[in-house]
Design a protein around this ligand. Sequence first.
Ligand code: G6P
Length: 605
Amino acid sequence: MCGIIGILGQHQVAPQLVEALKRLEYRGYDSAGVATIDAGGDLRRRRAVGKLVNLSDRLVNEPLSGRSGIGHTRWATHGAATEENAHPHQRGKVAVVHNGIIENFRELREELSGSGYIAESDTDTEVVAMLTASHLDQGMSPLEAARATLNRLQGAFALAFLFDGEGDLMIAARQGSPLAVGHGDDEMFIGSDAIALSPFTDRVSYLEDGDHAVLTRSSVQIFDSANRQVNREIATIDVGATVIDKGGYRHFMAKEIAQQPAVLGDVLNHYIRNDRIVLPEGMDFSQVDRLTIVACGTAYLAGYVAKYWFEKLAGLPCDVDVASEFRYREPPLSDRSWGIFVSQSGETADTLAALHYARGKVAKTVGVVNVGTSAIARDTDIALPTLAGIEVCVASSKAFTCQLAVLAVLALKAAQDRGRLSDAELARHLDDLRSVPALVNQALTTAEECRHLSGWLSEFQDVLFLGRGPLYPVALEGALKLKELSYIHAEGYASGELKHGPIALIDQHMPVVVVAPRDALFEKTVSNMQEVMARHGQVILVSDSEGIREGGDGVYASLTMPSGGGIFAPIIYAVPMQYLAYYTAVAKGTDVDQPRNLAKSVTVE
Ligand code: G6P
């Protein structure tokens, strides 16, 4: 899940490449590199390990000139984060950047070594440069050489090739990994997404699987896998250019948490107008016999919360699955069921593959997607935008709560279509849902208390999160956030399962965060809390004032949440989970927006 960029431009291209890579850094930040062709036609490259800033610094001391270039930001798959393994990979007269995995690279590497082309890195990508160089050495033209290489590659890739002495030529190819072409005025661009291209052009077309493109400054020719020239529609895309603005906050995450009342208001106003749920035509759940929600990471946990809503409100059986398990299990799917695919980026490889598996087997595929130009948004029958705006922090916050908001709307629509709610009940649930942005705003006031508690939490090695009902996935999300941001081991558990294992771990060294609004199940959760405290476990109770009054005796600390939201309370309770993780990470001094080893868009399996 690296990011790639290529530019045939009118200006010095190195700063433009770096600008685009800033927008792609969410895809990985183990190393970065650029290659350009200078005025003399020479292909040169600079690479640096670690964050993009290291490459920028290097380019200040060792600048690269030229108006044609390619760039890369890496999330390491094959080979450690070293300069040798950083892209672009250059062999002879060709340089290559790659996102994806070349599955047959060992076989190709062995074959090439027999002809004297010896690998210098541990990467799978280098074999693409070696193979192309070998084809050029045989006298092939750049296009023939690239095509001969593409014919040999197995796996997933988005690739860009640049050739020494060919300042007005770039070749790009896509198989499985996303690749956009940007059309400028006598300039041409390729990039992993439209956001990377946004500083340069808003006119974008997308390569389809098997396509390759031959670009000059003034033209682009796209060919399909049979080398037939094809047209790919050019769309005008508005992605804005504000991606790198922290808006006065110390971290993007702090900004994105604080944006939630506004973006939740936007998304709910989009789908609920004049007391009516407004969804695209075809969103009628009356004949649906089952839902299958598929996603990864935090998006999966949004789906998990929604399962409770669909089943309880709409009486609609709902499976929820992580995409990497779903796709290989090959589950039978009813042709009266719908598949719902939840993804912030809309590019997550496993979720996309799960969607492709389900297509044709289910009656309808629905995307709940934040990036409207993404593959999942394009490949689902109906794509519902989550309207969270660009989310930069690798750990998802506002995209998660906006996913929940859209799924809540869908659950109410399903309940309505299936006649499961009276008009009065529906109106009450709609009121609860519409109260969420204001309640999330109130929940933001837990920030200071969370900051205070995080100093204490940051001293522990392990933390347990407990929740029940739709708050159970919120407990899972609290644990996921804490581990990904602060590197503290954390687990989420269903409160009722405590006795079946995790209670063995409880002592004074394992704080337990209990997420429990004062609802019908509250008494049971209070009993679980008592069991923890009887074993010297230290509890942080996250509840409303009534819950804290009734169940707060003996806890180490409590976080007072606003009352309300009804069945949609999980959206509000996500906020203290985010703040506890955020401030614990700040206390530990970890890299909040770009935690180690993670990437925001996971485009490899
Ligand atoms: C990565 C990110 C998570 C995200 C998950 C799914 O693991 O770090 O924040 O929840 O991918 O991504 P998606 O774009 O499909 O929502």
